[in-house]
Ligand binder design. Structure first.
Ligand code: PLP
Length: 406
């Protein structure tokens, strides 16, 4: 029997593969403790983390402020139920409205995919009521990722993820990132919304151009189509601003948030204005656990920590430093094809499909990195890492990429 942290990596790994469904190709290390940018495995070995729980830990693992807020909250009440107001939910909603600037109403969910589902329903209900029953079509982008539930998967324009689950939900169409004509061609009288990640995360760290985002905002306004920004991965200072849309000087109609919002706790949110939110009336949407008091207490602490420690500014500066060091590395390494990113969301595309091998080798050397395709590595560290931590990774890459020269 697995007795948690007393067991070593291998014992837990073996029991895990026996009892858990194989939806992930799990690596043979079991993390049992974490603090800010570091992780410790079941054998007590320390690792430097460059993936931050898939981007959930912008404020660091078990950040003290977040831990204290959760502890205090669970002692009082965890889940008052959504037919009553919950003080932590109300406070967090107010904070989200303040920091987004454009928002005045919030709905809480448990995850990114659930928040995307809510945004799709909100856009459809609003558009049907305002413009007519046929207005339900949603445009997303090739290589996007919006989640694993059927609605979010239908918006996720990646053939290999969608194929096995056909038929998908109807009413989704796909345009090309940074190609405004391809969006204009798809919009017709039945279109209610466009959903986009300002930087595509799972699809390859593909950054939207400034002109494209501005034109997209203008096009959506002109055609009276809602612009939904999926900032599940890009939100909360990741790209050098509190939200990625600030880099483009635009605002969305609906903003979808999750991941780092909860500081490691399950939490998602939709932020919009009074007019759009007015179509969500009692019974039209809901979530039993969404916005539970413990997760919202964590969310409040996350936002306070980001603002107090100027993490957006930190991500901007460290992102520049990191990208600069990678650019230098590219000059020495023929295997590096491209470096893409914004702030501390960086992708390194290789000329050979060896990303998996590199991830495993790094793990052996106690550095946690991640691949998003056979040839693309992704760096999504906590925003509390230091320059020295980045130097450690660069030194490791410099030494190890030599073995994979193209
Ligand atoms: C942009 C984006 N949207 C939605 C999701 C889905 O979020 P979750 O895994 O919390 O359901 C993800 C997850 O990676 C994401 O990156």
């Amino acid at each position: 029997m697995v007795k948690d942290s007393k067991d070593n990596n291998l014992a837990v790994f073996e029991e895990g593969s026996k009892y858990l469904m194989a939806t992930y190709s799990r690596l043979p290390v079991v993390f049992t403790r974490a603090k800010m940018q570091y992780l410790w495995d079941a054998n007590g070995d320390k690792y430097l983390d460059f993936i931050a729980g898939y981007g959930c830990l912008n404020v660091g693992h078990s950040n003290r402020l977040v831990v204290n807020a959760i502890k205090k909250q669970v002692e009082n009440i965890i889940q008052p139920s959504n037919i009553y107001y919950n003080t932590r939910q109300v406070r967090l909603a107010e904070m989200l409205c303040n920091i987004t600037g454009f928002g005045s109403k919030v709905f809480f969910a448990n995850s990114g995919t659930e928040a995307v589902e809510g945004a799709v329903k909100l856009a459809r209900k609003y558009s049907k009521e305002k413009y007519g029953q046929n207005r339900f079509k949603i445009i997303s982008f090739n290589r996007s990722f919006h989640g694993r539930t059927m609605g979010a998967l239908s918006a996720t324009a990646q053939e290999e993820k969608q194929r096995i689950y056909q038929p998908l939900l109807g009413g989704f169409d796909y345009a090309n990132l940074n190609d405004i004509d391809s969006v204009a061609e798809k919009i017709d009288n039945d279109t209610c919304a466009v959903i986009i990640e300002p930087v595509q995360g799972e699809g390859g760290i593909n950054v939207s151009d400034n002109n494209f985002m501005k034109s997209l905002r203008e096009l959506c306004s002109k055609k009276r189509v809602l612009l939904i920004l999926d900032e599940v991965q890009t939100g909360f200072a990741r790209t050098g601003r509190m939200f990625a849309y600030e880099n483009y000087d635009i605002v969305p109609d609906i903003l979808v948030l999750a991941k780092s919002l909860g500081g490691g706790m399950p939490l998602g949110a939709i932020v919009t204005n009074d007019e759009i939110s007015s179509v969500f009336t009692p019974g039209s949407h809901g979530s039993t656990f969404g916005g539970n008091a413990a997760s919202c207490a964590a969310g409040i602490a996350v936002i306070e920590y980001i603002i107090k420690n100027r993490l957006a500014y930190r991500a901007f500066n460290l992102g520049k430093y990191f990208a600069g060091r990678l650019a230098k590395l590219k000059k020495e390494n023929t295997i590096i094809k491209d470096i893409r990113g914004l702030g501390l969301m960086i992708g390194l595309e290789l000329l050979k499909p060896v990303a998996g091998e590199i991830v495993e080798r790094a793990l052996k050397d106690k550095i946690v990195i991640n691949k998003i395709s056979p040839s693309t590595l992704r760096f999504l560290p906590t925003l509390v890492i230091s320059k020295k931590n980045i130097d450690t990774l660069i030194k490791w890459l410099s030494k190890n990429l030599k073995n994979f020269q193209a």
